[in-house]
Design a protein around this ligand. Structure first.
Ligand SMILES: N[C@@H](CCC[C@H](N)C(=O)O)C(=O)O
Length: 462
């Protein structure tokens, strides 16, 4: 009698929340208490699992997947080394997350990003030095928040996602302090606060009530070894029901300092006569008045093209691919780094008239200017405190909203005098409004406030 075949491996069940911030939608995963094997499968090197989940017809559908992990278990994923990277991306060693927070050994971003939200409101003061010994900057966060675009590429910042992660970790009891501190894989520390306070108090009371009611209901996740030691209370908290459909938190996020790869906050955006040029990575992006076309010239690239393996600009212009329908005048393009790269195009027409896909893709393909591709925002200024945006995201296409894009647009608009510094600027996007504050000081961080909404909780076998 032959021995019976080995039993099939147990199914890998991914548990997640579907969330959205102004229609920018996310699958949010608790990678702290999710079995290690599930996270491993999720991050397979060819991005196959992520892409299948991202598919809006055959999967769950998302613009980004957000994975919350403990610092010690968040190494640089294989995906990060092959995916799109931000212009400030660093090598693998630098991407390793500090397991312990040692004062004085922090990244510069800590000093800028970890400032308390109330400290950075309405104050035109530079942040504390990274070598200084402030108790705020010395605080450590045990949580790391990783971001994967719908195309599977790992990236390093997501504003709408940050708000959703804040609500998620608070609701699931992964974080108990009122200030929610989550680090991006690149090392930026986000300081967040749920600002509808009544809601938080109600939820905390509800959570302890639910936990008491469900002491035995601890098997929503299969804990792996180090989690088997967890107390019944902690495990019970994993099975908390999600909030009702459409439940929304308002979250305020300290988003850090807008910056560029050159000097100053934005890269040099130079008005040359009637033409606009932006110099970035030794290349010039020019929009001319005479012809509403984008042209790229490279001072460093010998091939005279975009130098990055995409189409040459000459080819793109010849093919008529870079015309700007509905944009009769040259428009400024400002390059802003919010921890991820942005190109903000200032329009003098309605954002509704722009071929977002065509122009966004054209900008993204200019690899000499944007070696890691770029998120593109088209901005229409309505009043000194109100702008409209449409967004073409790297790795996700047109999205209904983009938190970092809203911040980048406000930074550019403040710096170039199109909106008021220090006022709360309303950024209207197709999915709704965000409020962004920035003083315009080159070292001052921005704050962003807006909703984070839970759609549903789900489980899927990978
Ligand atoms: N939707 C996000 C940004 C997500 C990442 C982006 N697509 C990138 O590749 O950098 C936001 O709200 O900021």
């Amino acid at each position: 009698m032959p021995p019976p075949p080995p039993p099939p491996p147990p199914p890998l069940v991914l548990r997640f929340w579907k969330m959205q911030g102004l229609g920018n939608d996310f699958v949010v995963v608790d990678g702290v208490r999710q079995p290690h094997e599930v996270v491993h499968r999720l991050l397979d090197p060819d991005h196959g699992t992520l892409k299948r989940l991202a598919d809006r017809r055959f999967g769950v559908g998302f613009d980004q997947l957000l994975l919350v992990q403990a610092s010690a278990t968040a190494p640089l994923s294989p995906a990060a080394s092959t995916s799109t990277r931000t212009s400030t991306s660093t090598d693998s060693a630098e991407n390793a997350i500090d397991v312990e927070c040692v004062e004085g050994a922090k990244r510069v971003d800590d000093a800028e990003g970890a400032r308390r939200v109330e400290d950075i409101d309405d104050k035109d003061t530079p942040p504390r030095s990274s070598t200084g010994s402030s108790s705020n900057t010395a605080q450590c966060t045990p949580l790391v928040y990783r971001i994967f675009n719908a195309d599977g590429g790992e990236v390093f910042q997501c504003g709408n996602g940050a708000r959703c992660v804040a609500a998620f970790v608070k609701h699931l009891g992964l974080w108990s302090e009122p200030r929610i501190r989550v680090r991006t894989l690149q090392g930026t520390l986000l300081d967040m606060e749920i600002v509808n306070k009544h809601q938080v108090q109600h939820e905390e009371a509800q959570r302890s009530h639910d936990t008491l009611l469900q002491p035995g209901n601890a098997d929503a996740y299969t804990p792996h070894d180090h989690q088997r030691q967890s107390s019944p209370t902690v495990l019970a908290s994993l099975s908390l029901p999600p909030p009702p459909f459409g439940h929304t938190w308002q979250v305020k996020v300290g988003m850090g300092v807008p910056r560029c790869s050159g000097t100053g906050v934005l890269s040099s955006a130079v008005l040359e006569g009637s033409d606009i040029t932006c110099t970035q990575h030794g290349c010039t992006l020019r929009i001319t008045r005479q012809q509403p076309t984008l042209q790229l010239s490279s001072s460093s690239s010998s091939d005279g093209g975009d130098g990055g393996g995409g189409r040459t600009v000459a080819e793109a212009v010849a093919a008529g691919e870079l015309s700007l329908p509905g944009v009769p005048q040259p428009r400024p393009v400002w390059i802003v780094d919010m921890g991820n790269p942005h190109a903000v195009v200032l329009l003098d027409t309605s954002v509704d008239d722009v071929d977002v896909h065509k122009l966004g893709s054209a900008l993204q393909s200019m690899r000499a200017c944007f070696p890691d591709s770029v998120n593109v925002e088209f901005m229409q200024v309505l009043t000194p405190t109100h702008v409209r945006l449409r967004i073409f995201e790297r790795g996700a296409g047109e999205t209904l909203a983009c938190g970092t894009g809203a911040c980048a647009a406000v930074a550019a608009a403040v710096l170039h005098g199109h909106v008021l510094a220090s006022a709360g600027i309303t950024v209207s996007m197709r999915g709704g409004d965000l409020t962004v504050h920035w003083t315009g000081h080159p070292h001052a961080p921005l704050t962003m406030t807006g909703p984070a909404t839970c759609c549903f909780a789900g489980a899927i076998t990978l």
